[in-house]
Design a protein around this ligand. Structure first.
Ligand SMILES: N[C@@H](CCC(=O)N[C@@H](CS)C(=O)NCC(=O)O)C(=O)O
Length: 209
């Protein structure tokens, strides 16, 4: 099994956390440096030219981090990455989707390049990105207001934490103020002490700068 990733990609980071939590170690290949995701060789693997992609042993390719994590959870059910309770599961998925669909995409290199190509200034792009990230994080903070911790939804990590930690990492990289999100910051700190999360960090990857 080959996981096509990149150390800084937060979508790939999600899959690394999930594989670590399951104790499964796919072979890692690092695409993206120097725009390698846009080369025909990678486009043949993932027509979206996005990281990550997972090549299964029979050659089947899975794309989209949340689909890869869902597949992994069904293949290797322990420890579960979703709560057994159906309502809580829907809340975990909603939290993850706020990040994956409506927060993270704005920070993608290709989106930022398009904005630069349209003549937007670096300051405008930064401000636009900060607004998008802050909106997403505010929603996430509200979505777990009733939750006791130490993870987003209960006593064990779920897809919500898997999506949160890389998004907080990106927010820090972009200099976003995190004090309005005390619950998210506390959960991130809790996750940061766990081996599965430590090993998934960008600075722990062989292709890290
Ligand atoms: N929704 C996708 C997002 C994948 C994605 O946006 N990957 C980024 C890295 S985090 C990427 O490959 N960007 C390449 C580019 O912008 O050219 C997923 O969850 O897998």
């Amino acid at each position: 099994m080959i996981l096509h990733g990149y150390f800084r990609s937060s979508a790939a980071w999600r899959t690394r956390i999930a594989f670590n939590l399951k104790g499964v170690a796919p072979q890692s290949v690092h695409n993206l440096r120097g725009g390698a995701q846009n080369e025909p060789a990678y486009a043949a693997i993932n027509p979206q030219k996005l990281i990550p992609a997972l090549e299964l042993d029979d050659g089947t390719v899975l794309t989209q981090s949340l689909a890869i994590i869902g597949w992994l959870d069904r293949e290797v059910p322990r420890p579960p990455l979703f709560p057994a309770d159906n309502v809580l599961r829907a809340r975990v998925e909603a939290f993850a989707l706020v990040i994956a669909c409506e927060t993270h995409p704005f920070q993608n290199p290709k989106i930022q390049k398009r904005l630069q190509g349209k003549g937007f200034s670096e300051a405008d792009i930064k401000e636009w990105l900060a607004t998008a990230m802050s909106e997403g994080l505010s929603a996430c903070e509200r979505l777990i207001q009733d939750q006791p911790g130490p993870f987003c939804f209960g006593a064990a990590p779920t897809l919500a934490d898997i999506c949160l930690v890389p998004q907080i990492g990106s927010a820090r990289r972009y200099g976003i103020e995190l004090t309005p999100y005390p619950k998210l910051v506390a959960i991130d700190a809790h996750c940061a002490a766990l081996p599965a999360f430590i090993a998934a960090r960008p600075d722990q990857q062989p292709d890290a700068d």
